[in-house]
Write a protein that binds this ligand. Structure first.
Ligand code: SF4
Length: 337
């Protein structure tokens, strides 16, 4: 007979939190003390990209507030069904820069591995919400081909673990992957793109993973994805301390989202709170034009005005670069009129 305590020992708490994430309208409404009729929920949008939000993140949403900016980021909304011109399923051209299993290689010197299709949270504006992970993500059976591609491209000195979210994978899988990448002599840096410390901080706190990452031959960088100052709760800042205490560079990228964070005071506060938590604001992205997310788009002129306002109220090192991604470009592009 297996006792409950033995089971708890076998499954780390963060994996239980991940498994218990909210995934239905009923659960969400019950937790937030809202009636379903108060929300513009769409079952069709939910079928296309299902609702998923861990309780830790849901606890930061104001109860009984159907317009909470964190709720807007995760709610399958009826507006997602509007087909807007220019909004497509692969807005940044991932699938045209996919030379080997699990690899996206767009920019000189850097390549990205689609480590998994899974995420702890489903962000409605995600530019990979239509990505065919089953066909184009990493495959265990083809991992040798992924490594061989990286080995044969001497110009790549930085590898980016992306997804999905790499930090939903187990410590064992990740450490094996990191160790194998460290064995490629021309790689110098490893970057992890993740929203996990923000939405599932218990994944980071107390885990040996960050220590392993720090004690690797490759210089580690963690790039967070935080969009709103309310996302920086005490448990999140605790998780971030766990990363910085291991001397890992911590950067943040945000997406500029209509009705979520398109305000100079909010963006300024976000930069201040990030810096206080040991994170350098790195990029503020114009929304990638992915099908289903048009209602989040902020116009270029407005984005430039918001960015200008940040420059006027913050020291330069706290102002993220305002950028956009364009299929075929050699790098992210500065947003200009
Ligand atoms: S965590 Fe990142 S990859 Fe996952 S849905 Fe959100 S934005 Fe997309």
């Amino acid at each position: 007979m297996i006792h409950r305590t033995e089971l708890a020992w076998q499954t780390p708490n963060w994996q239980q939190s991940l498994a218990n994430a909210i995934s239905s309208l009923d659960q969400l409404c019950k937790y937030l003390e809202l009636a379903p009729s108060q929300l513009p929920f769409s079952a069709d949008a939910n079928r296309q990209f299902p609702l998923r939000v861990p309780y830790n993140y849901a606890s930061l949403i104001e109860k009984r507030n159907p317009r909470d900016p964190l709720l807007l980021q995760i709610l399958p909304d009826i507006q997602e069904l509007n087909k807007e011109p220019g909004f497509i399923t692969d807005p940044v051209g991932d699938l045209t820069h996919h030379p080997a299993p699990g690899i996206i290689h767009k920019y000189h010197g850097r390549a990205l591995i689609i480590t998994t299709g899974a995420c702890a949270i489903h962000c409605r504006y995600c530019f990979r919400r239509h990505f065919p992970y089953a066909d184009s993500g990493i495959k265990r059976t083809e991992w040798e081909k992924t490594l061989a591609y990286l080995e044969s491209h001497q110009e790549i000195d930085e590898i980016i673990l992306s997804g999905g979210d790499p930090l939903v994978m187990s410590d064992q899988t990740l450490t094996e992957m990191i160790d194998q990448l460290a064995g490629i002599a021309h790689l110098q840096r490893i970057r992890i793109h993740t929203r996990v410390p923000t939405v599932l901080p218990e994944r980071i706190t107390g885990s040996p993973l960050m220590e392993h990452l720090a004690n690797n031959r490759l210089t580690p960088i963690v790039v967070l994805h935080i969009n709103h100052p309310n996302e920086l709760s005490p448990s999140v800042t605790e998780a971030l301390k766990e990363i910085t205490k291991n001397h890992i560079f911590l950067l943040n990228q945000s997406v500029l989202l209509k009705t979520v964070n398109d305000s100079p005071s909010l963006l300024t506060l976000l930069s201040e709170k990030l810096f206080q938590a040991g994170v350098l604001p790195y990029y503020l992205h114009l929304l990638d034009k992915v099908e289903g997310a048009a209602h989040f788009a902020v116009q270029k002129e407005e984005a430039i005005a918001l960015h200008q306002a940040m420059m006027e109220s913050l020291p330069g090192y706290m102002v993220p670069k305002l950028v956009m991604e364009q299929d075929g470009a050699d790098s992210k592009l500065p947003v200009t009129v």
